[in-house]
Write a protein of this length. Structure first.
Length: 902
């Protein structure tokens, strides 16, 4: 086949040209790949799905791919457009391509001498492992069963293939409960004294095929179809339908896969890894997807079908052991590894099958990898000159850096190892045991931290897998469902810990004589595969090596600065360690909650006169000043944006009667008086009420105290030779007049404090505002007259633009996402279409008034990669985010710069 394929490569260009012209005219639905021609190529992922595009591409570069064809994703979209019917003409095109496959393989679909059998598999543009349907061995009927027996000389194998088809077709296409088949299998195995599936002989297999046909008839009311084209048509439709099953929809939601039109369907010549001990099947990565090490990495099973590896039913052997079994195929695979990486310039995850010592490649795709592996592979590939630095920076999904920033298990901590499995996905996870996916999801929702413990996982489990802290399985290998999905999410996973016996019904595990129940805590070390009793201490990550190299490249490429949201010296220091270039939001209200500060704060709130308020504020001043000194010192000359008091005052008062009584006593006032003050502060919509700059309008003395604290702290730092660069930020401004008034007051305060302290030197304190009310964005040109900088408060801006209360959105957001009324949670990822317009307008109008107005963002979106890209595009100077997201924002900013450079 390889020769035929290579010969064809020279004709490739003309074939493809013809195809493109024809496609425009005839609405081509099917793309062929095989030795006689290849219609598609690797760039056509949107139309052919990732799998289809890569099958075409692999055929093209001369790899041993069994011939087949791909039905396009557009056809799937058409299927839904016409209310769930296969589009007209589709089956004619399918038949035409089946004929070509028959010519290319020399076999015939449904034949009674050497039948062509096919697999029917889904394959969308984004990988969704195991989420959609697959049917194998299609084309087997009573007639072609004879053909398969005589062509292979293997009666048991042929019967096994037939029973697998009836089972899969029944389950996947016709919705027969798979337990109905399994019960029959168990009954017949028992009857024939067969301990495992493989122990069942020819006679038993014959009985099994009959029994399966009966199950099929009983549950569907029809005979198992004896026309292979009926099998094909129904399977094709089943794959289209599987695009919209709840689990597939949920998977797309969790992984934020949007904008796809449907799944493609790949129909491909079957090759068999279960034809005896000279056959096998495996899954491999061109590099280790857990650590990134440049080592061919994978697993195989002798005499098995591919599904057996992924489903985790049998624990496979590492590919390193393959040469002892079939050196030729192994050597061929190693050559293919290099060829694939050179061609795709990325790590590949491939599926292979060896049928009677002949190697076939069934699939390749970019390998999912953990965050640490992504960083290492990107750096190594630059060293190997496979990719350049820009590509390396683009290769690492910014959110995956999280995995490098999280603590890992302290190597010095005492470990009580109860079992060892495979290190399927690194990281440390601690939790109590949950035995089903539903339990894991429910208990997590109730605030518990759980580990999902299963024999193996399946696509139905994804909700619980996603909710759990980590995943532990007792069977399955490094490429089992649990391992692949967990790695994709960067969730710790230990797979195939065979010593653990799981009793799902009694909700306990036993391992080497010890028992652990749902109430017990275990720790998983996904980096070593150890399962440990209790909770083990963790250590902070080291930010050196490849991580530092990649971040250095990223910093050179980005134009956006990255600041942090921090309001303690510790957070400020951590953010600096993570590379923050300043503080973009220091929320001062957080400083009023601790110890005796809250008492003074409450005294201020209940005060009835300005004099009493000022007295209480005088008590707060030293605290506030010390806080600022600490933060300015930690930031060593980097800018610090201090936001003046923002929340409604009722947030600082207790609301239950007992706490109010206690407080009244502490403050030395009558309980009734306090109750009355609390009632006065009550608002129907506090988020739209007396908060932000409105507080300073009513109580200018609060602003005066805060500004004084900032100025005095800056002067104190200067004395200690610490350069302080405070910026005063006035929140929730909606009119230019508000800012004009409050800026004036802040400037007066700065001047009088300087005078009072006879301060001579420079003290540059800029004054700006948050843009977080739509009106502020709409009138940004007027507001800019009074501002040295704008910082977009996109939390409030989103709340006020959508009219969704940011504190209550949880009540309905889930429904909106499930019904795809919103693509993403707009409080996490900036709504570029709506809220984004206000941000863009704010920037444009602000800079029209002041050309070099400094612009930033300090809402939660500042740490979200797609929002960071938006910020880059509208020309902000910086984003500000929580300390742990600083490296993520740095990388996202670099990616935005690379992607959007001319
Ligand atoms: C905002 O509204 O985006 C913001 C940063 O302020 P806060 O979250 O404190 O309201
Ligand atoms: Mg706000």
């Amino acid at each position: 086949m390889a020769t035929a394929t290579r010969k064809k490569t020279t004709r490739k260009k003309t074939t493809r040209k013809k195809t493109t012209t024809r496609r425009a005219k005839t609405d081509k639905k099917v793309y062929y790949f095989g030795p006689s021609k290849t219609d598609g190529d690797g760039s056509m992922k949107q139309l052919l799905g990732g799998k289809g595009a890569n099958l075409a591409e692999m055929t093209d570069i001369g790899l041993p791919v069994p011939p087949g064809f791909t039905v396009t994703t557009e056809t799937c979209a058409d299927y839904y457009k016409v209310g769930g019917k296969l589009p007209a003409g589709l089956m004619d095109e399918v038949r035409e391509n089946m004929k070509r496959m028959e010519r290319d393989t020399g076999k015939k679909f449904g034949s009674d001498s050497d039948p062509l059998l096919v697999s029917v598999r889904s394959g969308a543009a984004a990988s969704m492992p195991g989420m959609m349907d697959t049917v194998l061995n299609l084309g087997l009927t009573d007639k072609s069963l004879d053909g398969l027996q005589s062509a292979t000389g293997k009666t048991r194998f042929a019967l096994d293939a037939y029973r697998r088809l009836i089972n899969m077709f029944g389950d996947v296409v016709m919705g027969v409960d798979h337990h109905a088949f399994e019960d029959e299998f168990d009954r017949i195995k028992k009857k024939h004294n067969a301990a495992t599936d493989n122990d069942l002989g020819v006679e038993g297999m014959e009985e099994l095929v009959d029994a399966y046909k009966k199950v099929y008839k009983k549950h569907t009311g029809e005979q198992f179809p004896q026309d292979p084209y009926v099998q094909l048509e129904k399977s094709l439709e089943a794959v289209f339908k599987s695009w919209n099953t709840p689990r597939a929809i949920r998977y797309r939601q969790i992984n934020e896969i949007t904008g796809l039109q449907g799944t493609a369907v790949n129909i491909q010549t079957m090759v068999f890894g279960n034809m005896g001990d000279d056959s096998g099947t495996g899954v491999a990565f061109t590099r280790d997807p857990s650590t990134g090490k440049n080592e061919f990495y994978g697993e195989f099973l002798i005499n098995a079908q591919g599904e057996d590896v992924v489903a985790g039913i049998r624990t496979p052997k590492p590919v390193k052991e393959m040469p002892r079994w079939d050196r030729r195929s192994y050597d061929q695979l190693i050559k293919i590894k290099t060829k694939l990486e050179k061609h795709y310039k990325d790590v590949q995850d491939l599926e292979f099958t060896i049928e009677r010592k002949k190697l076939y490649i069934l699939q390749t795709r970019n390998g999912k990898r953990t965050g640490p592996a992504a960083v290492k592979i990107a750096c190594d590939m630059v060293k190997e000159r496979l990719i350049d630095q820009k590509t390396a920076v683009l290769r690492v999904p910014p959110n995956d850096l999280n995995q490098l920033l999280l603590p890992s298990l302290d190597p010095k901590a005492k470990r009580d190892v109860i079992a060892e499995g495979l290190p399927a996905s690194p990281g440390a996870a601690v939790g109590k045991l949950a035995f089903t996916a539903a339990e894991a999801a429910d208990r997590t929702q109730d605030g518990e931290k759980v580990l999902l413990v299963r024999r193996e996982t399946s696509p139905e489990d994804i909700d619980g897998m996603h909710a759990a802290q980590g995943i532990l399985t007792s069977t399955g290998g490094m490429t089992s469902h649990a391992a692949v999905v967990a790695r994709g999410w960067g969730k710790p996973c230990v797979a195939g810990a065979g010593a653990i016996h799981i009793d799902e019904k009694k909700r306990k595990i036993t391992v080497n004589g010890r028992t652990f129940t749902a109430k017990d805590t275990l720790t998983l070390d996904g980096g070593t595969g150890q399962v440990l009793a209790g909770e083990i201490a963790t250590i902070e990550p080291k930010l050196s090596g490849d991580f530092a190299t990649l971040m250095k490249w990223a910093d050179r490429m980005r134009t956006l600065k990255v600041r942090t949201n921090a309001d303690t010296p510790e957070d400020s220091q951590r953010a600096r360690d993570f590379g923050a270039e300043g503080i973009g939001l220091c929320r001062t209200e957080h400083m009023f909650f601790e110890g005796s500060r809250i008492k003074a704060m409450r005294e201020m709130i209940v005060a009835e006169t300005e004099a009493a308020r000022r007295k209480a504020l005088d008590k707060l001043l030293p605290y506030q000043r010390e806080d600022f000194i600490g933060i300015f010192t930690a930031m060593k000359g980097l800018p610090v944006t201090v936001r003046l008091l923002d929340p409604p005052l009722h947030e600082f008062l207790p609301h239950d009667a007992k706490a109010q009584q206690d407080l009244a006593k502490t403050l030395g006032i009558k309980p009734a008086k306090l109750k009355q003050r609390v009632a006065e502060l009550h608002e129907m919509n506090p988020m739209l009420g007396h908060r932000g700059c409105r507080l300073a309008v009513t109580y200018p003395e609060i602003l005066e105290m805060q500004v004084r604290a900032i100025v005095e702290a800056a002067m104190a730092c200067q004395k200690k030779k610490v350069q302080a660069k405070p910026e005063i930020m006035i929140p929730l401004v909606g009119t230019a007049e508000e800012l004009d008034l409050l800026r004036g007051l802040a400037e007066q305060t700065i001047a009088s404090v300087k005078k009072e302290h006879k301060h001579k030197g420079r003290l540059d304190i800029s004054i700006g505002t948050m843009i977080e009310i739509p009106r502020a964005a709409l009138t940004a040109d007027d507001i800019a007259e009074h501002a040295d900088f704008f910082s977009f408060g996109t939390n409030d801006l989103t709340q006020l633009t959508f009219g969704y209360s940011r504190d209550d959105v949880g009540t309905f957001l889930g429904d909106y996402l499930a019904k795809e009324l919103l693509p993403k949670d707009p409080f996490q990822s900036l709504d570029a279409t709506g809220v984004g317009q206000l941000v863009a307008m704010g920037c444009e109008k602000g800079r029209k008034t002041k050309k070099d107005l400094k612009l930033g963002i300090c809402g939660e979106h500042g740490g979200d990669p797609s929002s960071v890209e938006f910020c880059h595009k509208v020309g902000l100077d910086y984003v500000s985010c929580s300390p742990f997201r600083v490296p993520i924002a740095r990388l996202a900013a670099a990616q935005a710069a690379v992607r959007n450079s001319k």
